[in-house]
Design a protein around this ligand. Sequence first.
Ligand SMILES: [Zn+2]
Length: 488
Amino acid sequence: MGLKIFNTLTGRKEDFVPLQEGKVGMYVCGVTVYDLSHIGHARCYVAFDVVYRYLRGSGRSVRYVRNFTDVDDKIINRAAQTGDAPVDLATRNIEAFHRDMDSLGCLHPDVEPRVTDHIPEIIALVERIIGNGHAYAAPDGSVYFSIDSFPQYGQLSKRNLDDMVAGASERVDEDPNKRNPLDFVLWKPAKPGEPWWESPWGRGRPGWHIECSAMSARHLGETFDIHGGGKDLVFPHHENEIAQSRAASGKEFVRYWLHNGFVNVDQEKMSKSLGNFFTIRDVLALYHPEAIRMFLLSTHYRSPINYSARNLDEATGRIEYMIETVGKVEAALADGGPEGGEAAADVARVRGAIGEAMDDDFNTAAALGHLFELCRAANDWVARKRKTPGRIETLSAIRKVLAEAAGIFGILERPPATVLSEIRDRDVARLGLDVVDIERVIAERWAARQAKDFARADALRTELSARNIDLMDSPQGSTWRVRRQAQE
Ligand SMILES: [Zn+2]
């Protein structure tokens, strides 16, 4: 069984057959850089990061393109408020976006084109669409795509053109420059004070949708394999991209359309007006990046996902368990033992199951479930007697699968002790705890135990527990961790 992908265009799961065997061209719509990115962006770009990692890891040569919309109404309006030049605001937010993506462990795409670097390509594309009779220039210097010239319009979003026309013509605020109320803009005339470029239609700038048709053609060709983005982009953005690209080239545009589901916050739609809006930075201050990836990837990319403290705590517990497992496996292997046995067959079976889950439309939720199962087995093998036949072979096979999975999911790649302490730092910060104070109480309790004052030691343990601190005693001393909501 090979890779199967759910294609929004056909509404079916299909065998993945790229244009050229062994090569994949992939385009994902990027951000409009007028502000910091939010948890919805994190979901989209982590999902496609894993698609990219998996395609590469399975031996394909992938060219991943993700654009920046760096000229747009939102950028112009925000820059007017802050007194920045639009280009400076955009550049600053691009840098911030890169830092967020690096923190989240997302690999860099192969190309990150900016709209303002592709104006000649955009103008040439608009001219071609006009030349093919699919667009027209209006007297005010705008260029519109003519919906009536493209009968397939609505195919991706499964909308009926007649219904849309009927709906749109009821609106009273109709633009007199448009021939059909559904026609969308390819080129806009510049208002005073706005950024502009010379064009055959006067000074102006591109509409939003045309940039992705122009930049994908430039960097991937007129037909390519995978186009991704959030579900909110299906209509009108991706519908319009299809219309533009096919009107220009006359060829198939994209072979597989992938769309990720929404992020809700505490079961509600995330929005600034509801006050439940989180930037990636807000979330990174509270939760470890590997916990965030675990949270995002524990649901299939097409399903909606619910951001809540409980779900993030739960994901933190899962990643912590996996990281601890990696540490224990490494320690056991370093400790060594008698060799010459055979690795348990279960390891190969779980490895196969992870691959099958990923081949099934990138089912990361199922794949991580298998990985979790492997970690349980790993702990079991670590705990067995050193001389158990096959123990070293099994643990070393497990370590290989863990390393492979680390590459696919972008987790478990850093030294376990470092990540565990970073996780605890965030637990402490989230609850507003004072580490120095906690360690003082722990030292006091340890002294009471040494002095055999068990009543005092128990009282101090209870006091710590009331502050969500759990102690783990060993002959060498006590270590501690923060109890999370999901563990209560
Ligand atoms: Zn786009």
